[in-house]
Ligand binder design. Structure first.
Ligand code: GLN
Length: 216
């Protein structure tokens, strides 16, 4: 069985934490900054950070089109927080015209940036997820996006009570979503040391793709 090689988009944001979590989850992991590096990987992680900056850097590094094309061709991908924004189909960003984020369109979701307010509104909570065994996952939210709409092909993997954080909104739809081989979380599992269940879930998706390709 080939060990999956998973890239972490390394233009900005929490790259090292994802590389370490992927390695601990049984994948080979390496940073991706160039089109040649992107071409070599079996899956890609788009980390948290700042989606406006990431949009600009994707252009500067001439990675936007190659990445969009590989995603359109079915490359497995996982985005956390800003990564979820980048993988989405549409970004709602109050007060910004034209929008400063150009999402890659790998997930049929509409997200709202900074939906939980300013930096001080960042929070942590324990959540149950369908497909993630052994109890709740500790989820860290930092100026997280909100999933406002999901398309018919998008699976919502969160099983949370209504309004667990007392924000006045039902955000059950917003925590973890999957569409085919593309996964996204509005929180940062890479920041919780010693719990790689979300990364293992993604590595399994990439491994399954590799096995299918090997049989074809
Ligand atoms: N607020 C950031 C953005 O809009 C995301 C924050 C994060 O990745 N922790 O890109």
């Amino acid at each position: 069985m080939t060990k999956p090689l998973i890239g972490v988009l390394a233009l900005q944001g929490g790259v090292a934490e994802h590389l370490a979590a992927l390695e601990r989850s049984g994948a080979d992991a390496r940073p991706v900054r160039r089109p040649e590096e992107l071409a070599a990987v079996h899956g890609i992680v788009v980390p948290g950070g700042e989606s406006t900056t990431m949009t600009r850097l994707l252009d500067t590094f001439e990675l936007y089109e190659p990445l969009r094309e590989r995603l359109a061709a079915g490359l497995p991908a996982y985005g956390s927080c800003a990564g979820m924004i980048m993988l989405s189909g549409e970004v709602l960003d109050e007060g910004r015209k034209p929008p400063a984020v150009r999402p890659l369109g790998a997930l049929d979701i509409v997200v709202r940036r900074n939906a939980f307010g300013r930096q001080v509104d960042s929070f942590e909570t324990d959540l149950d997820f369908a497909g993630i065994p052994d109890g709740p996952v500790h989820a860290v939210f930092i100026r997280a996006p909100w999933v406002e709409k999901v398309g018919a092909d998008v699976e919502v993997l969160a099983t949370v009570p209504d309004d667990p954080d007392n924000t006045g909104r039902n955000e059950a739809a917003g925590r973890m979503v999957q569409q085919g081989p593309v996964l996204a979380t509005s929180f940062h599992p890479e920041l919780v040391g010693g719990d790689e269940r979300v990364h293992r879930y993604f590595v399994k998706i990439v491994q399954a793709r590799l096995n299918t390709a090997a049989q074809a």
